[in-house]
Design a protein around this ligand. Structure first.
Ligand SMILES: C[S@@+](CC[C@H](N)C(=O)[O-])C[C@H]1O[C@@H](n2cnc3c(N)ncnc32)[C@H](O)[C@@H]1O
Length: 314
């Protein structure tokens, strides 16, 4: 009987179909091998050949049929496109990347759970950027009318910056914060008045429309993402939700500062400076400056039309 699926038996879903067909080819090859092996196991003498004539004839016929079938199917595969069934390098690499990203997320989450108990690290991080500096930076890029802007804070922690923006006049419904550690998200909600949106999410897949935010803050997050392809994926996602003339402001430890940190704090961070940022945000203009232990960067899309007022950012 023909072991290959024909006509209405073929699964409709192309992926299932490919898998089923692969399995069938494998089975067929297995069977061919087994029968060839059975043949080898027979010690053929002249007498034996005579005695086993029927068996040999049957085997020969079977093998011939199988070969015909294989050739028919090879021809069929050739007709519909070989490449579909060959291991696809791009596909394999994509799967490997996804696996690495998954592991990276799990690892970081475990670490954060420990780290939030040791608040010193983040406490010293918060001290790096004062309000005055942030306001000046925003203003230098034309964002001084707070009633008009929308802000997304990536890795918002307890929502401290978003509440500041609310104090400065941004409407709460134009403020959103995400953090991937859910107790922190709950805590941020508890501390804030209703209106600001706090979401438990990872920044490589955001549930916001394209060009939704004028300002995206990313303080102390990218430096924790050790996998380069995940950093790039996050960069693409942030640029997607950033308005055409918007700005991404990011703050990360420098390589020098990292080298001086306690090893257990440093082991899951990397120093992020100009060079790494250009990889994460290609085709963007980046203004980078060092603030003691951190690098502050302002990123804009290349085709941004908004005038920059002060080259130093304040
Ligand atoms: C150094 S703290 C900074 C908090 C806040 N952005 C600030 O400047 O005050 C980093 C925060 O980002 C969160 N975080 C770190 N890596 C993240 C990631 N890959 N995705 C989402 N949140 C992340 C942590 O849970 C933590 O709340």
């Amino acid at each position: 009987m023909n072991k290959f699926i024909k006509g209405s038996e073929v699964p409709v879903n192309p992926e299932e179909k490919a898998v089923a067909e692969k399995e069938q080819i494998k089975d067929l090859l297995k069977e061919t091998k087994k029968e060839a092996k059975d043949l080898l196991d027979v010690m053929w003498s002249r007498e034996e050949i005579m005695t086993n004539k029927n068996f040999i004839n049957t085997m020969n016929l079977k093998i011939k049929n199988m070969l015909d079938q294989i050739i028919k199917n090879l021809y069929w595969y050739q007709k519909i496109g070989w490449k579909k069934f060959l291991p696809n390098r791009e596909y394999i690499e994509q799967k490997e990347r996804e696996e690495r990203i998954k592991k990276e997320k799990e690892r970081l989450l475990k670490w954060i759970e420990e780290l939030v108990k040791i608040d010193d690290f983040y406490f010293s991080f918060h001290g790096q950027l004062d309000e005055g500096k942030l306001v000046k930076t925003l203003s230098a890029y034309g964002y001084d009318n707070f009633q008009q802007i929308s802000v997304l804070d990536i890795g918002c922690r307890d929502g401290r910056w978003l509440r500041k923006f609310q104090d400065w006049g941004v409407l709460p419904e134009r403020l959103a914060g995400i953090d991937f550690y859910h107790p922190i998200v709950d805590y941020a909600k508890k501390l804030s008045k209703p209106g600001i949106q706090f979401i438990e999410a990872y920044p490589d897949e955001l549930d916001f429309e394209d060009q939704n935010f004028d300002v995206v803050l990313v303080f102390g997050v990218l430096m924790h993402v050790l996998d380069e392809s995940l950093r790039k994926k996050i960069g693409r996602e942030l640029l997607r939700v950033l308005s055409k003339d918007g700005i991404i402001i990011t703050l990360n430890l420098t390589k020098d500062a990292l080298a001086k940190l306690e090893p257990y704090l440093a082991y899951t961070s990397i120093g992020l400076e100009w060079e790494e940022l250009t990889d994460i945000f290609p085709d963007c203009s980046i203004h980078f400056e060092i603030l003691s232990q951190c690098g502050l960067a302002v990123i804009r899309k290349k085709d941004c039309k908004k005038e920059k007022v002060d080259a130093s950012g304040g």
